[in-house]
Design a binder for this molecule. Sequence first.
Ligand SMILES: Cc1ncc(COP(=O)(O)O)c(C=O)c1O
Length: 357
Amino acid sequence: MNTHAALDTAHVIIDATEYAAIRAVLDTRDLSGTASVIADYETALADWFGTNHAVACSSGTAALHLALLAVNVTSGDEVIVAATAPVMTAMPILAVGATPVFADTATPTSFALDLDDIAAKVTERTRAVIAVPMWGYPADGPDLADACHTWGIPLIEDAAQAHGTIVSGRYAGTRATIGTFSTHNRKLICTGEGGFCLTTNPAIARRLSEMRNIGKRPGESFGATFGLNLKLNAIAAALGLTQLSRLATRLEHRRATLNAVTEHLAGVRGLRPFPIRADGEPNGYAAVFTTPGQAEPVALRLAAAGITSDPMRYGYRPLYHTSALARHAPPTPCRNAEQLAATLLTVPCHEGVDPPI
Ligand SMILES: Cc1ncc(COP(=O)(O)O)c(C=O)c1O
């Protein structure tokens, strides 16, 4: 593998298609979040992911905020969230005045939630569960959606990093009540900043649309219901459309790179490829490894060789160690999540990586 240049975790592909798409939107003189290109982008997203509705918004964090509002999470409620999620997943829970309740993963080498731990933490105040397929690795299967259905609790899947990840024949984010995505610079669909929600439920789609546009309902004025301005702007939507049109090619390339990187590094100083569930396929957002001991010394060696590992970049630890969330720490630590975070390493496998593929 060629590691001659510093390897960041972002790789943005822009060609003449993006310039033309942006110029076309500029020519319309409607750059707002209600321009017609927004609806075009949403239709294309729903088609690509094979679902009924997509609602574009200003970020992945905004998508989670909207999702929580759309399933009526409010002050005093509880939201069960993966302890292995990043801080962006939990902030929207605080924004709606709810309490995050951290759930453990099923094992120290899986991002899937431990259903028994969730069951033990469900109370009459639980209003949502948020699952997160980190680094685009297939995580929770249909069993989580089925369990949430049985409990009558909406499932939100934060697929911010998991565009195109497959679990049990479906794309991540399409089996949940609402799937949320980011289109930040590092993501496989890149609009700089941006996000979207997917749902099969028309009533939820309507609420998401209203709440991202200051509570405006069709034919009524702003404030018909509660809302904020969380719209995506037209230029970003035009970018999103072009980026979406090359998502299939990017997935192919990244999966090939992920396989090559995994083959290249497996066994090096005890690095073990992160297990991939048999019915799933990662999207190549990054290659994940586990280390026999602490991952940090290995990550430091990688950094010295010019390779940035995501867990180093943002000090990956179970979420309840973050200052803003520490007061919600569970009485007993999430043991699997603790071990997972301490022994995890990621290696970029975007199009800027140059392995022998
Ligand atoms: C898992 C996860 N959730 C949520 C977010 C938030 O997305 P955004 O940065 O677009 O707000 C991110 C961003 O990196 C993420 O990785």
